[in-house]
Design a protein. Structure first.
Length: 257
């Protein structure tokens, strides 16, 4: 089947707007990104919508625990996805999240999620649509296919890439295509990326995992939301503090490498 990413992204946003309205985008993005990462963490396990809110939240939590094991250097950017079950309106949001998971399973979004996210900023496209009723000013990431291709100098091997205003990742796609053409594994490079919108940075980190840019257990990717001139050093310090806290509360010795 040839998937239509625009139609699927429209469907996700429309389903959430029908269930909850044009707010709390963290919730549907949490459902979607957890499903995207789950297939990378344990592809042998079929995805299905849990039967109850409790089972659903437990399933979500397991995904983020495993993501912390595999990509601990990105985990502090994913609190956009993990904090919402503790919100004051959690009874309504958790019920809507469970129903969304069921609908996304029934309509095939989850089944085709690997294809939808393959070398495409589908997740950013969904976020764009979720935010559209609130007047988001960003352009549709699913139009990234129209961006000009990148040509790399074959005489100068690439070792490190720094990019500001990275968005949800669609600006990286032409570069990733050029690297694949050169048979250079993106995870073998060092990446320093800045995106000051924290929600977009969270989606960017998910895409970096899905696109095999972020190496397991190795901090080859740095994603900053800081506005300091020396944003790379500031992010290194923030990430180090986050890792210390994570190692104190989580077992990172699991097999997710």
């Amino acid at each position: 089947m040839t998937v239509n990413p625009t139609a699927f992204a429209d469907a996700v946003a429309n389903q959430w707007h029908d269930l909850y309205g044009p707010s709390r985008a963290e919730v549907p993005m949490s459902v979607l990104t957890a499903a995207a990462l789950r297939s990378r963490l344990d592809p042998s396990t079929p995805q299905h919508a849990p039967d109850s809110v409790g089972a659903f939240l437990s399933s979500q939590q397991r995904v983020w625990e495993r993501a912390a094991q595999r990509w601990p250097h990105l985990y502090h950017r994913w609190d956009q996805y993990t904090d919402w079950p503790a919100w004051p309106d959690r009874e309504r949001t958790t019920g809507a999240a469970l129903e969304l998971a069921r609908r996304l399973t029934a309509t095939g979004v989850i089944e085709y999620l690997d294809d939808l996210t393959h070398r495409r900023d589908f997740l950013g496209g969904v976020l764009y649509r979720l935010r559209a009723p609130l007047g988001g000013a960003h352009s549709d990431p699913l139009e990234a296919a129209a961006m000009r291709p990148v040509h790399l100098d074959r005489e100068r091997p690439v070792q490190s890439i720094t990019l500001e205003r990275a968005g949800t990742g669609h600006r990286l796609l032409p570069l990733l295509a050029a690297l694949h053409e050169r048979r250079v594994a993106p995870r073998d490079l060092s990446w320093q990326l800045r995106e000051i919108d924290e929600f977009q940075a969270a989606v960017l980190c998910t895409n970096l995992a899905c696109w095999d840019v972020a190496a397991p257990r190795r901090a080859n990717v740095l994603v900053s939301t800081g506005q300091d001139d020396d944003w790379i050093r500031a992010e290194q310090e923030e990430r180090a503090e986050s890792l210390r806290a994570l190692f104190m509360v989580a077992d990172l010795s699991g097999p997710w490498s």
